[in-house]
Design a protein around this ligand. Structure first.
Ligand SMILES: Nc1ncnc2c1ncn2[C@@H]1O[C@H](COP(=O)(O)OP(=O)(O)OP(=O)(O)O)[C@@H](O)[C@H]1O
Ligand SMILES: [Mg+2]
Length: 299
């Protein structure tokens, strides 16, 4: 069967305006495509803005690399809804994508006993909110992030000794204590396919920075997790409703040595296939299982 893999102009093969990091799209597709072909299926890259009719004959739609969805979020969500309404199985589902697009999902997971970073949710924070958060967390450094956003955009770090009285943020925000372990241990990305653990890697910031993203000089290295680490990531992934086809669980070490959830990436994360040789096969098996369930729904 044909499996749709959603792209955007920045990632679509042959597109005149491909992004410099579109090679990540190629790596991800190269990991999944041959495994699907070995199981008698075909991966079809298709721009997410294509009309619903263009998806005819593709029962399953993978939310692959629609990396520009944040600029047109309502349109994107409406397209996923329309695909589902037309009978396509969208993975991860429109409901999961809608939930995951706002970091308030972390609050839901915390309520399900997932260990998360302590967070204050503030609509438009000013310096007095930062000072109050320092007081509440008992810390000297606070990170302010947007509730909707990626790539650390709009993020800022605040130190007690040098607070800017004029600072404010015009977006709904989340305030967290700065966890210095991000610089000593790094951030761990655990990859799960259909709830099963695939692999993990460690991302480290460049010296002098605290953001692990490659655009800020962050780098990746292999990591061998303890059973306790895997159990912490598993707790997070199993707390997510409607088991996602793929999930990247990003975690950072807390003061007691246990891992805390930084983010559950369920929309279009890079799955680091180079570090997980089984990832493509696991994805293809999970897709095949879902296709079988479509043909013979459980009674
Ligand atoms: N509380 C914190 N303590 C220390 N570092 C943090 C904290 N929160 C965020 N960071 C750093 O900032 C980076 C970006 O934060 P986060 O992942 O929450 O936001 P994002 O904008 O969704 O980024 P992306 O989608 O690229 O992962 C993290 O990967 C980490 O390096
Ligand atoms: Mg992140």
């Amino acid at each position: 069967m044909d499996i749709a893999f959603l792209t955007c102009p920045g990632t679509h093969p042959g597109s005149p305006n491909r992004r410099a990091d579109a090679y990540e799209h190629d790596v991800q597709v190269a990991a999944i495509r041959p495994e699907l072909e070995a199981r008698g299926h075909r991966l079809v890259e298709i721009d997410w803005r294509s009309p619903v009719a263009a998806f005819d004959g593709m029962p399953l739609v993978l939310v692959g690399t629609p990396w520009d969805y944040q600029d047109s979020e309502a349109e994107f969500l409406a397209r996923l809804d329309a695909l589902e309404a037309a009978g396509h199985l969208v993975c991860n589902s429109a409901a999961t994508v809608r939930w995951n697009a706002r970091k308030t999902y972390l609050r839901d997971l915390a309520e399900c006993d997932v260990a998360t970073i302590p967070t204050r949710w503030v609509e438009q924070p000013t310096t007095s909110d930062i000072a109050a958060a320092m007081e509440a967390f008992g810390c000297d450094t606070v990170v302010a992030k947007r509730q909707v956003g990626a790539g650390a955009e709009g993020q800022s770090i605040h130190r007690k000794a040098s607070l800017d009285p004029d600072w404010s943020m015009a977006h709904p925000a989340m305030l967290q204590p700065f966890l210095p372990q991000i610089q000593t241990d790094g951030e761990y990305s655990f990859l799960f396919v259909d709830g099963a653990f695939s692999h993990v890697l460690c991302k480290r910031p460049a010296s002098g920075d605290y953001r692990v993203q490659s655009i800020y000089g962050g780098s990746e290295e292999p990591y061998t997790p303890s059973d306790r680490d895997i159990a912490a990531a598993l707790t997070a992934v199993t707390a997510i409703d409607h088991r996602p086809l793929y999930a990247r669980i990003d975690m950072v070490r807390g003061h007691d040595g246990g891992l805390l959830l930084m983010e559950a990436e369920l929309i279009e994360p890079f799955l680091y296939p180079a570090q997980g040789p089984l990832l493509g096969a696991m994805m293809a098996d999970a897709i095949a299982r879902r296709l079988e369930a479509l043909v013979a729904p459980a009674t």
